[in-house]
Ligand binder design. Structure first.
Ligand SMILES: Nc1ncnc2c1ncn2[C@@H]1O[C@H](COP(=O)(O)OP(=O)(O)OP(=O)(O)O)[C@@H](O)[C@H]1O
Length: 714
C-alpha cells in the first residue's frame, strides 16, 4: 500500500484522567514506534479504551500528561495523522460497502487526489482486507442484516486505513470474532505496520497465544496503571523474575491477565514492581519529549548562573502546549532540575528525577506563586518565538479540512440521498402514502360544496395538516437518530464541517419527501374534487410542502435534543398531539389565558392556510338552504347571490362557478364568513406561510445548535 504519510513515534507521558472523582488513568506512559504492533491489555475496566481515546486526542477531560508525535505535542492538525477504529462498527445501514468506501474516500482524502487515485486506494484496501466478496452488500444494522460481524470490523478498519494514517489505534478489533478471523485480522495489521512503517496500537481482551506472538510490544494496564511496558515476548520472563512463574504450555496472555486480576498479594507485587520500574513516571531518558530534553540541555549549558532566568525560558516552552502538555507538571520538573543544578553548579548533564507524583498540583501552586508577575509577563512574550523554534508543526499550513465546503456539501448530500432513498421511498412507505391518499380521496370523493358538507371539507383539511405533520416529524426523527453515532464518529475524525452535514441533511431529503408529498396530495385533491382552479391546487400543495418542512425541522430538533429514540418518539408524539389540539379544529374557543397557545401550533397555520386556499383564494359557489338558518352567516338567495358573485369576481378577478345545482329553496354562502366561523378568527394566507417558514428556520437552527453542543463522546 503506497504511503504518503511519514513514520511517526507516539510517546505519551504521565497521563492522568479522573472521571466522577475516580482515577481511571494514573500516570500512564509509553512509547509506540513505527513498524511495530503494540498491544494494550488489561482486565475489563483497566482503562484500555480510555487510554486509546486519550491518544486519539478525543478525551477532553484529560487532566495532565503529554502526548507527542515525533517529539511534538499533539495538536488539532497533528491529530489528523492518527486514525481511531472504534469498538463499535458504526455505518450508514443502507449503503453498500462499495458506496461506504467511496464516500469515505471522497470525504476524508485530500481534494488534490484524483478520482482514479482514490479508487486505487480503495482497491488496495479491499485487497489487503480481503473484502471483494461483500463489496455490493449493504452495511446493514440490527434490524436488517448486511455484512457479517467480521466483514464489518474489517470494513471499519478499511475506512480508517483509507486516510493512510501514520498511527492507527484500534479498540478491541477482535471482539466478536472467532479465533481464526481474529488471528487473520491481527496478522494483516502486523503486516501493514511492518510493510508501511506505520505505528499500530490495539487494545485486546484475551488474545490466543498465536495472536499474542504477533505483538512487538505490550502495555499492560491494571486499575488505570501500567504494570508492564516493554517487549511482548519478555513479559513472561519479567513476571517470572517477580516470582510469578507462568506454568508450561500456558497461553502467556491468559496467564498475565490472571495475574493482574489475581490475589491481593499478587497485585501488590506487580504494582510495587511497576512503581520501581517507573513506568508511570516518564519525564527523562527514553520518554523525555524532545523539547524538554533540549530545554534541560540549554539550562545545563548556562551552568545555572541565573536559575530563575532558565526557569522562565523553560516555562515559556512548557506554556506553549495549550493544554496538550501539562505546564504545571513541566514547571515542577524544571524547578526541581534548577534546584539540583544550583546546588551543584558543576553538573553538566540532566539527572534522572522521579519526584513527580500524583500530588503535583499543590507543589505547582507553590511554584507558580513564587513566580512574580513580571516573570509571567516575560513568559507570555516569549511564547511565540519559542513555540516556532521547538514545535514547528509540519502540518501547520495544512488545510483544516481535507476537502472544501462545496465538495463536502455535494458528497454528503449525495450520501444522504442514497441513505434515505430506501428509508423514505421504500416500497412500504410508497404503498402506505398512496393507500392513504386513495382512502382519503374515496371518503371525500367529489365532495359537493354545500353547507351540509362544510364540516366534512374542513375535516379533510385538518386531516391533511395533521397527517403530513406526523409524517414529516417522524421521517426526520428516525433518520437523524440512526445517524447520530456515525456523525459523532466522523466529526471526531475531522471529516467535515457540522454545518455542511446539516445543510446536506436538509437538502438530501428534500426531493425525496417532497415527491412523495406531491404525489399523495395530488391524488387526494383531484379525487375529492376540491377545486377546479390550478392556482388553488398549487397553493394547496405548497401549503402542505411548507407543513412538511416545518414538521421536519421540528423533528430534527427533537431528534438532536433527545438522547435516545424512545425519548424522541415520546417527545414528538406529545408535540404533534399538542399542535393538533391547538390546531383550531377540535377547540375553537380556548380559555382567554390560553389563547396565545394557538400561535405555537404549526398545525393551526397549515389548517388556516388550507381552508383559506380552498374556500377563499378563488371563490366558488357554496350552496346553502334558505329555509333554515345557516351557521355560516347569511344564506343569500339566488338573485342576491348573483350580485355578490359578480362583485366578488370583479374584486378578485376569479371565476365564480354557478354550476352547482341551486334550487329555488337554496342560496349561496359567503366563503370568507365560512372560514371566519370555522376558525373563529381570520388569518391571511401569506401570514400562515410566513409563520411556517419561521417554524422551519427557527427549528432547523435550534437543531443545529443541539447537534453542535450535545454530541456523544467517542
Ligand atoms: N464516561 C464514564 N463515566 C464514568 N466512568 C467511566 C466512563 N468511561 C469509563 N469509565 C470507567 O473507567 C474505567 C475504564 O474504562 P475503559 O472503558 O477504558 O475500560 P476497558 O479497559 O476498555 O474495559 P473493557 O475491556 O471492558 O472494554 C471503567 O471502570 C469505567 O467504568
Amino acid at each position: 500500500m503506497a504511503s504518503y504519510q511519514k513514520q511517526v513515534t507516539l510517546e505519551f507521558t504521565d497521563l492522568f484522567l479522573t472521571i466522577n472523582k475516580r482515577d481511571v488513568l494514573c500516570g500512564v506512559s509509553g512509547t509506540a514506534k513505527p513498524g511495530q504492533l503494540m498491544a494494550v491489555m488489561g482486565p475489563s475496566g483497566a482503562g484500555k479504551t480510555l487510554l486509546l481515546t486519550c491518544l486519539a486526542g478525543r478525551q477532553r477531560a484529560l487532566e495532565s500528561g503529554g502526548i507527542f508525535l515525533n517529539g511534538q505535542p499533539i495538536s488539532k492538525r497533528l491529530r489528523r495523522q492518527i486514525s481511531f477504529v472504534l469498538q463499535e462498527d458504526l455505518f450508514l445501514s443502507e449503503l453498500t460497502l462499495r458506496e461506504t468506501f467511496k464516500f469515505t474516500a471522497d470525504l476524508r482524502l485530500p481534494s488534490r487526489l484524483t478520482g482514479e487515485e482514490k479508487k486505487q486506494k480503495i482497491r488496495s484496501i479491499v485487497e489487503t482486507l480481503d473484502l471483494h466478496k461483500c463489496l455490493d452488500t449493504k452495511m446493514g444494522d440490527s434490524l436488517n442484516r448486511g455484512l457479517s460481524g467480521g466483514e464489518k470490523k474489517r470494513a471499519n478498519i478499511g475506512c480508517e486505513l483509507l486516510t493512510d494514517p501514520s498511527i492507527l489505534l484500534l479498540d478491541e478489533p477482535t471482539s466478536g470474532l472467532d479465533s481464526r478471523t481474529a488471528y487473520e485480522l491481527l496478522k494483516t495489521l502486523k503486516e501493514y505496520a511492518v510493510s508501511s512503517g506505520k505505528t499500530v496500537i490495539t487494545s485486546i481482551h484475551q488474545p490466543s497465544s498465536r495472536v499474542f506472538q504477533l505483538f512487538d510490544c505490550l502495555l499492560l494496564l491494571s486499575e488505570g496503571q501500567v504494570v508492564y511496558s516493554g517487549d511482548a515476548d519478555q513479559v513472561v520472563d519479567y513476571f517470572a523474575r517477580l516470582g510469578l512463574q507462568c506454568p508450561p504450555h500456558y497461553n502467556p496472555a491468559d496467564y498475565i491477565l490472571d495475574i493482574v486480576k489475581g490475589t491481593e498479594e499478587e497485585r501488590e507485587k506487580i504494582h510495587t514492581a511497576a512503581k520501581a520500574q517507573s513506568w508511570n513516571h516518564h519525564y527523562r531518558g527514553e520518554h523525555t519529549p524532545t523539547f524538554v530534553q533540549k530545554t534541560f540541555e540549554s539550562m545545563a549549558e548556562n551552568e545555572m548562573r541565573e536559575p530563575r532566568g532558565s526557569i522562565n525560558r523553560a516555562l515559556s516552552v512548557g506554556s506553549l502546549q495549550n493544554g496538550s502538555f501539562d505546564n504545571s507538571v513541566f514547571v515542577d520538573c524544571v524547578i526541581d532540575e534548577a534546584d539540583d543544578q544550583v546546588r551543584s553548579p558543576s553538573a553538566g548533564h540532566v539527572t534522572t528525577n522521579s519526584s513527580h507524583t500524583n500530588g503535583n498540583s499543590s507543589q505547582n501552586n507553590c511554584v507558580m506563586a513564587s513566580l512574580n508577575t513580571s516573570v509571567c509577563r516575560d513568559l507570555q512574550a516569549k511564547t511565540t518565538k519559542e513555540s516556532q523554534k521547538f514545535h514547528a508543526d509540519p502540518y501547520a499550513n495544512a488545510d483544516k479540512w481535507p476537502t472544501g465546503y462545496f465538495h463536502q456539501l455535494l458528497t454528503l448530500t449525495h450520501r444522504n440521498f442514497k441513505q434515505n432513498r430506501y428509508l423514505v421511498l421504500s416500497k412500504l412507505d410508497i404503498s402506505k402514502h398512496i393507500m392513504m391518499a386513495c382512502v382519503t380521496g374515496a371518503l371525500w370523493f367529489q365532495v359537493t360544496f354545500a353547507e351540509e358538507n362544510i364540516r366534512d371539507i374542513s375535516g379533510l383539511m385538518f386531516f391533511m395538516s395533521a397527517y403530513w405533520g406526523f409524517e414529516s416529524i417522524y421521517s426526520s426523527l428516525t433518520s437523524f437518530q440512526l445517524e447520530r453515532a456515525v456523525l459523532a464518529k466522523e466529526r471526531a475524525a475531522g471529516a467535515y464541517r457540522l454545518s455542511v452535514y446539516f445543510m446536506s441533511k436538509v437538502i438530501g431529503v428534500l426531493p425525496l419527501f417532497s415527491t412523495l408529498t406531491i404525489v399523495s396530495v395530488t391524488i387526494t385533491f383531484w379525487m375529492a374534487g376540491l377545486h377546479k382552479s390550478v392556482l388553488v391546487f398549487f397553493c394547496y400543495v405548497a401549503t402542505l410542502l411548507l407543513n412538511v418542512q416545518a414538521g421536519q425541522a421540528i423533528g430534527r430538533f427533537i431528534s438532536a435534543a433527545c438522547s435516545n429514540i424512545r425519548q424522541a418518539i415520546t417527545t414528538s408524539a406529545l408535540t404533534m398531539l399538542t399542535s393538533m389540539l391547538l390546531g383550531g379544529f377540535y377547540v375553537q374557543n380556548l380559555p382567554i389565558f390560553l389563547f396565545w397557545l394557538r400561535y405555537i401550533s404549526f398545525t393551526s397555520y397549515v389548517y388556516r392556510a388550507l381552508l383559506s386556499t380552498v374556500f377563499v383564494l378563488v371563490p366558488q359557489t357554496i350552496s346553502c338552504n334558505t329555509t333554515v338558518i345557516s351557521e355560516f352567516g347569511d344564506c343569500l338567495s339566488l338573485s342576491k347571490a348573483d350580485d355578490i358573485s359578480t362583485n366578488m369576481s370583479a374584486i378578485s378577478g376569479a371565476i365564480v362557478s354557478n354550476s352547482t345545482s341551486i334550487t329555488s329553496t337554496r342560496g349561496i354562502l359567503n366563503e370568507a364568513q365560512i372560514v371566519e366561523v370555522l376558525l373563529n378568527f381570520s388569518f391571511p394566507i401569506w401570514g400562515s406561510y410566513m409563520a411556517l417558514v419561521g417554524f422551519t428556520v427557527t427549528f432547523n437552527f435550534l437543531a443545529y445548535l443541539m447537534l453542535r453542543f450535545r454530541r456523544p463522546q467517542l
